[in-house]
Design a protein around this ligand. Structure first.
Ligand code: GDP
Ligand code: MG
Length: 423
């Protein structure tokens, strides 16, 4: 069984917690895109964990975790993330974790360039996580990046690095007027933080081919959601990688394999980190109350997330682009305080109502059409069966299911592993 768990919205839908829950049925969990701009929060019997780079299956001892070729890896961040988990009693060995030799290394200068450019842009900034993600993917496609496999050949890296830095310094030093990058410092960084992973780096494509032959099951874990996909998201307010399920086999390193199932993770309301159009956005007290109720502060950055009601045009588009077979509707419990629940049912573009999701200028000027549904005003976090939910909560779930045209198979009512309902 090859299954992808992906985001239907802007990210932070609760993918990590669903991977943590469902990974018990899989032999392997693989992250296939993005870098440490991800923040997946998992709360289970072993504790509370925030994972940025490591696949969420790392919290199960019997699961093999793969960081695929589609990822960009800041080895310094990975080093500290692994340390943090080890201190919490999680075992991480080459048996549990395999890193693709094809994955790209996110270097200190990528992070630096991300910061320099966001600062230069001032008010026109993209709202980047400042973790080097756009610069490193740019270098990957410029074919000037270092890959994890290069760490196995440090002599060769030492030879290539001066020419690489000469090129980078055209931007860092001559462009931004920053202190020039020095090869020695970079080599030290690679040695300190990269070399400890030598034993973990392998040809994950060969590993997957073998695993497929043995009938092993794989869960692909995405970062962010459709609306941040480089091609299908709200460009240029997207991430720099493909967040959609169709990319999973490629980014994981098993390009010939078809997915058997795609599970979309969709939040019962909306949240968005960073800049760009967010049509359903709520403001003022209404927004603050929702932000507080949902704890909407970025796991990776601590930034307050922008919030809104459930967005039907955006979510229906998300379901479609992901090709989701089933959906998990998350964080329903967060809405329990609302007597009337706001739902963005359509957009108005240039005075015309539309239920489809526009792009470009049309999206930038779209206004939300809000309707209100009756709330339930009671704690639902203890509900474990659909019938246990108050009638209005059941109605809300069924309404969303119909509007987004996808079967809701799970509803989550709390952050803990077992706080969910199977439909
Ligand atoms: P991801 O990036 O998609 O993995 O999502 P994040 O972890 O960034 O954000 C989801 C947040 O909601 C985390 O803090 C989770 O602990 C929390 N969470 C997940 N599911 C639920 C739920 O059903 N109810 C509540 N109240 N919180 C949840
Ligand atoms: Mg997140």
């Amino acid at each position: 069984m090859f299954t992808a768990i992906v985001g239907i919205n802007w990210g932070d839908e609760g993918k990590g917690r669903m991977v943590d829950l469902l990974s018990s049925d899989y032999d392997i969990v693989c992250r296939y895109q993005g870098g440490n701009n991800a923040g997946h929060t998992v709360i289970n019997p072993r504790g509370k964990f925030i994972l940025n780079l490591l696949p969420s299956g790392i919290l199960r001892d019997e699961t093999v975790n793969v960081m695929g070729p589609g990822m960009v890896i800041d080895v310094e961040h990975l080093f500290h993330e692994v340390e943090r988990l080890r201190q919490a009693g999680i075992e991480i060995t080459p048996k549990h974790l395999k890193i693709s030799d094809r994955a790209t290394i996110c270097m200190p200068y990528h992070k630096l360039l991300d910061i320099l450019e966001e600062d230069r842009l001032g008010d026109a900034k993209f709202g980047s996580t400042r973790r080097g993600i756009a610069p490193v993917y740019a270098d990957k496609y410029m074919k000037k990046a270092l890959r994890m496999g290069d760490l196995l050949h440090m002599d060769d890296v030492a030879k290539r690095l001066p020419a690489l830095l000469e090129w980078k310094n055209l931007t860092v030093e001559k462009g931004y007027g920053h202190q020039a990058l020095v090869a020695e410092t970079i080599m030290e960084w690679l040695t300190t933080y990269g070399l400890p992973f030598k034993e973990y780096i392998c040809d994950t494509t060969a590993f997957f081919a073998q695993a497929a032959e043995e009938g092993k099951s794989v869960l692909f874990e995405a970062q962010l959601g459709v609306l941040r996909d480089i091609d299908f998201g709200i460009y240029p307010y997207t991430s720099s990688s493909s967040t959609i399920a169709a990319y999973a086999p490629i980014g994981a390193g098993i390009p010939s394999k078809k997915l058997d199932q795609t599970i979309g993770i969709m939040k019962a309301y909306s949240s968005c980190v960073g800049e760009g159009p967010f049509t359903c956005e709520l403001f003022g007290e209404e927004a603050e109350a929702l932000r507080q109720a949902g704890g909407e502060y970025g796991a990776a950055t601590g930034r307050p997330r922008r919030v809104g009601g459930f967005d039907i045009p955006a979510s229906r588009y998300g379901v479609l682009m992901q090709g989701a077979d089933i959906v998990a509707l998350t964080k329903l419990d967060v809405l329990s305080y609302l007597p009337k629940i706001p739902v963005c049912v359509a957009y108005e573009v240039n005075g015309e109502r539309t239920e489809s999701f526009p792009t470009g200028v049309a999206l930038a000027c779209a206004k939300p059409v809000y309707e209100y549904m009756d709330g339930w005003m009671q704690d639902i976090s203890g509900c474990r069966r659909f019938e246990d939910l108050p009638e209005n909560a059941q109605k809300y779930v069924r309404y969303i299911e119909k509007a987004t045209k996808c079967k809701i198979a799970y509803v989550s009512v709390g952050a803990e592993r077992d706080a969910y309902i199977t439909m």
